[in-house]
Design a binder for this molecule. Structure first.
Ligand code: GDG
Length: 759
């Protein structure tokens, strides 16, 4: 069967991923990754042993997997063999079978010879083969089926990495009850590069089956959203993408959409674990031994990478070789230890790379090494983690020169190991880690002269500067360890966990911090946040005590309070009756009233023209079809059909859609029961918050809200701000309380803290 060139279908096999009558599994948390976190060992007597392969991901998820009845689905690393699910170190492992042909086509082929180079800025040319794409679909389907079979009703499934991008959609189609997350460990390329992929739409479609799609860098998430806009035209606002629910999504109807969050969650390491190893006396002794064995060079430089063309090993060797040739470094003083751990050895590009690197190392050593001093000590092996940490401790300068890298954990591991606050990290700006590790010496590895200067600077850096930089780097890595990473991802994904009563200790700490802002903006949703939801919107009132809490905040210097509502401002004023100095935004930011007696609606002249056209079209339709009426809204109009016959109502809506679709294609349309709303401006609470931030000049923002529309505002918060979600449901907010009553407690607490801090 041939697929249409831009087909969105991600399944060649039309049968369901799981049979309709299959019983649901029992695991409430399921992690899916290409490889299981274990290695297979067969003893001489034929007995089988599984050894945990300790990666950051396992360390991060282990406690959670144990406490929450979790399962891990993945390939156990042995081809052509079926293994029953088994338990290892308290984690349930569910093996997925891969045959030799799958490994060749799905893993070495499509994953590592197509997606890997494409996603890494086409540093190596990607190959595009229809057979490997088909293998990719088939294997993704196998992983999806395995996960669907073990997941309990309503379970959370977290899918990892570029090998499994179709799994989220396949899972959603098979099991609409699941909460699905996806994390991409490698970069997501700019549109101009991604667009080369013949199956670009299928990949996006596959990913958009997830509820939350996590990336390493802000730029990766931006590239993804842009690709979705360009190839599907779905509206994206900040981190939120509105994905229409298609006919394949069970329970969906035309016009409905799902919210998908695409956001960066930079991964990290078990930093305490690395520090613990580094503090072990035997490992420190080993570090001294390594230096001694190398002839105690003045400066030991280190590179640790999988032998991969993205890591810039060749660029590093070239820079080092030129420094030796220029006489700026001497082999008597400086040795470079390069660990290049074996990787993807059956892929031809990797074979060629190995030859190229080893030729360069051999040449350089031939040119510069002496009998007593080796320029590059090169190792094509894997080492135990203890040995790696000893090398980190031994190295004065760590070289991370990746040409493109999702994050680069080696950079973070080096920092975590340096509890002595010494050592210099030279870090490529093309590694995700550069977004956080700004106190490293940042380089562009393509610029060989710049890289050489950076290496010399690192070698010569005075102790005081080394300590200052390392202190700041260590703070970053310790604060954002891998546990914080998985917490924040899972919090964004599930959020549905029961919300504890009152103000949690975590929240209180965050309130203490935000209360110290110079200029603080307290921005609050109204319905569901200050006022309980009621049946008739006009009856909504803020709960008792709330007005006093807001007044206490208004009385403090450097604090502004704002209401951010989806209601039209007249309605908001009516129900909230705010104090006159409260700033108001309504209609999701279209209307504002900022210290003025009048409501402002700053429509652009082009928008006013659109509003005219819109009015003309709808008036003419409503004038000719009985029972239809129009209602004027701040930046649009609503066509009501409640009083018309069903047939007339449908006709009116159809005509409106058709005529306006032709004349005003950019119009925002919202569909309600017997009403179609058209608006010339699409605005969100995120836009409202931006306006308020600019107007007040606030350095920090507290935002509280309960609704999905508040997610746009949470998405617009900065790192130092505080988002508070009221109630359950997926959210980008960092904190939660249960009800409007607790919001009042929180406001009282902020006022008290700030008043206290002022003394
Ligand atoms: C992908 C993304 C992203 C290496 N050699 C040995 C060894 N290692 C360990 C390192 C580190 C890990 O392997 C490599 O992680 P990186 O992050 O540096 O790079 P990738 O393998 O390309 O990982 C990357 C990562 O996923 C996580 O999201 O950061 O950007 O490409 O932990 O220490 N460990 C041992 N012996 C070795 O010889 N024990």
């Amino acid at each position: 069967m041939t697929l249409p060139a831009e087909s969105t279908r991600s399944q060649i096999d039309p049968s369901p991923v799981v049979p309709a009558d299959a019983p649901a599994g029992t695991y409430v948390l399921v992690v899916v990754s290409n490889r299981l976190p274990v290695d297979y060992e067969e003893a001489e007597d034929g007995s089988v042993n599984w050894r945990t392969s300790p990666g950051g991901l396992v360390t991060a998820l282990e406690p959670l997997m144990r406490s929450s009845h979790g399962a891990w689905v993945g390939w156990p690393g042995v081809a052509d063999r079926d293994f029953e699910p088994f338990e290892n170190d308290g984690i349930s492992l569910v093996p997925v079978r891969l045959n030799e042909a799958d490994i060749e086509d799905y893993y070495e082929g499509f994953s590592n010879d197509t997606l890997w180079p494409l996603y890494h800025d086409v540093i190596a040319p990607p190959s595009f083969h229809r057979e490997t794409w088909e293998a990719y679909i088939a294997v993704n389907r196998r992983f999806a089926a395995a996960a669907a079979a073990v997941a309990a009703p309503g379970a959370t499934v977290w899918v990892h990495d570029y090998q499994l991008q179709l799994v989220p959609r396949m899972l959603r189609e098979a099991r609409p009850d699941l909460v699905i997350g996806f994390f991409n460990h490698i970069p997501f390329p700019p549109y101009g590069i991604f667009a080369q992929l013949p199956w670009r739409k299928q990949i996006l479609h596959g990913l958009l089956g997830a509820d939350v799609i996590g990336f390493q860098r802000l730029a990766d998430a931006g590239n993804f959203s842009q690709a979705v806009r360009r190839l599907y035209g779905y509206p994206t606002r900040g981190v939120v993408i509105d994905v229409p629910i298609g006919e394949t999504d069970q329970g969906g109807q035309n016009g409905e959409s799902r919210r998908v969050i695409a956001k960066h969650f930079p991964i990290s390491i078990d930093s305490a674990g690395y520090e613990e190893l580094a503090r072990r006396p035997d490992i420190q002794a080993r570090a001294r031994q390594i230096r001694e064995d190398l002839g105690n060079p003045k400066t030991l430089m280190l590179g640790v990478d999988r032998l991969d063309y993205t890591k810039g090993i060749g660029h590093r060797i070239k820079a080092f070789g030129e420094l030796l040739a220029d006489g700026r470094l001497s082999v008597e003083d400086v040795t470079l230890v390069q660990v290049a751990s074996p990787s993807r050895e059956r892929v031809s590009t990797y074979m060629a790379l190995r030859d190229e690197i080893e030729l360069a190392v051999g040449r350089l050593n031939g040119d510069f090494s002496t009998i007593s001093h080796t320029a590059i000590s090169y190792h094509h092996h894997s080492y135990p983690r203890e040995e790696m940490v000893a090398m980190y401790l031994a190295a004065d300068v760590m070289l991370v020169t990746a040409l493109r890298d999702g994050m680069n954990l080696v950079a973070k591991e080096y920092v975590a190991a340096r509890f002595d606050f010494d050592g210099v990290l030279v870090l490529s700006e093309f590694a995700g880690a550069a977004d956080e590790l700004k106190q490293a010496i940042l380089i562009n590895p393509h610029d060989i002269d710049g890289t050489k200067d950076a290496i010399v600077r690192a070698v010569e850096m005075p102790k005081r500067e080394r300590t200052r930089r390392m202190r700041s780097l260590r703070r970053k890595v310790a604060e954002n360890d891998v546990a914080a990473w998985s917490d924040s991802f899972l919090r964004a994904l599930t959020g549905g966990a029961a919300v504890p009563a009152g103000i949690s200790d975590d929240l209180d700490l965050a309130l203490q911090s935000i209360a110290g802002a110079e200029n603080l903006l307290i921005a609050l949703d109204f319905d569901g946040t200050l006022a309980p939801h009621v049946d008739h919107p006009e009856d909504a009132r803020a709960i008792a005590g709330n007005r006093e809490a807001v007044q206490a905040l208004l009385d403090l210097p450097g604090v502004r309070v704002a209401l951010v509502s989806g209601r039209a401002l007249v309605s908001l004023q009516h129900v909230a009756q705010p104090q006159s100095s409260v700033l108001l935004t309504g209609s999701h930011g279209i209307e504002v009233q900022l210290d003025t007696p009048e409501i402002e609606l700053n429509l652009l002249s082009s928008e006013l023209e659109q509003l005219d056209t819109l009015t003309r079209v709808l008036e003419s339709i409503s004038g000719s079809i009985a029972g239809t009426t129009i209602e004027r809204k701040p930046a649009g109009l609503a066509l009501h059909t409640r009083l018309a016959t069903e047939e007339d109502g449908e006709r009116a809506e159809r005509q409106a859609r058709e005529q306006l679709g032709d004349q005003l294609p950019g119009l925002t349309i919202r569909e309600g029961k017997n009403v179609l709303e058209f608006s010339v401006r699409s605005s969100t609470k995120g836009d409202a918050l931006e306006k308020l931030r600019n107007y007040t000049g606030a350095d920090r923002v507290f935002y509280a809200g309960d609704d999905v529309t508040d997610e746009d505002a949470f998405g617009a918060l900065h790192d130092d701000d505080l988002g508070l979600k009221i109630g359950q449901g997926a959210t980008l907010a960092g904190y939660r309380v249960r009800s409007p009553h607790e919001v009042t407690q929180v406001l009282v607490r902020i006022a008290a803290l700030r008043a206290g801090q002022a003394h």
